[in-house]
Write a protein that binds this ligand. Sequence first.
Ligand SMILES: C[S@@+](CC[C@H](N)C(=O)[O-])C[C@H]1O[C@@H](n2cnc3c(N)ncnc32)[C@H](O)[C@@H]1O
Length: 282
Amino acid sequence: MLLKQYKSYFSEQLSSIFPQTEINTFFFLLIEEYLGFQRIDLTLQPTFEVLSDKKRLLDEALARLKKEEPIQYILGKTEFFGLPFNVDKNTLIPRPETEELVEWIVKEVEKSQKLLSILDIGTGTGCIPISLKKQLPNMNVSAVDVSEKALIVAKKNAELNDVEVSFMLQDILKTKVLNSKFDIIVSNPPYVRELEKAEIKNNVLENEPHLALFVEDNNPLLFYKKIADLAKNNLTKTGLLFFEINQYLSKETVEMLKDKGFTKIELRKDLFGNNRMIKASL
Ligand SMILES: C[S@@+](CC[C@H](N)C(=O)[O-])C[C@H]1O[C@@H](n2cnc3c(N)ncnc32)[C@H](O)[C@@H]1O
């Protein structure tokens, strides 16, 4: 089959599920991955024939897209902060909102200009510590996660991006005290309440790890409270705590931090206009 013909077939198969622009993005990502083709190559080589082994790969990807599996899991990779990251079903797919949190931290660190130590709690793919280390190579960067499988991916990502991050398996909810002081503690912990499941898209609900996403309705700030308690003991004098937060719980999160003795608390919106991140210090 000609690649051009396959593109029409691919679009037709997905047209009831996705808008055409998204279908085109999927198609071009897949032909780049499997055929090494750029968009322009399709125009330059209109008679390019897809051989059976490549067609099988494209067919498999198409079948997974039809089940609304995220393209990042199909390709096994994504981009965050302009860097390549491996992803699999044990890791949350990094979100653009989290890039904004990283950007905020980079700006703060650049202001202070000293050698800093940083801890990321609930690291998933390692997207936060790895992009921070890449931007700020003098920092000492550590990260923890309760998922051994996520840490395998995170370690590969550190290698892929050629940075040194110290990863540790740790259940933060069971941690009484952190093993050293940090200038920055950052976390994007699980924060989606069960009651918010209705507004979560199927492709997220059915594919992304629930361990990374959900908290119980009756204690949605569980991770934030625990991390704030640990940070009180383990932040240096001028240390900063950064959180990505649940947009619907920004007031409660700020109040909780005040109650725990944090004074300078700044709330910021994400690119979609939702209250999404907090910086706090004691
Ligand atoms: C929302 S995801 C964030 C992943 C990544 N930091 C990001 O921004 O894309 C939350 C992460 O917290 C981890 N996690 C869940 N419970 C945890 C616990 N008790 N201790 C440490 N990490 C935990 C999950 O495995 C998941 O990787």
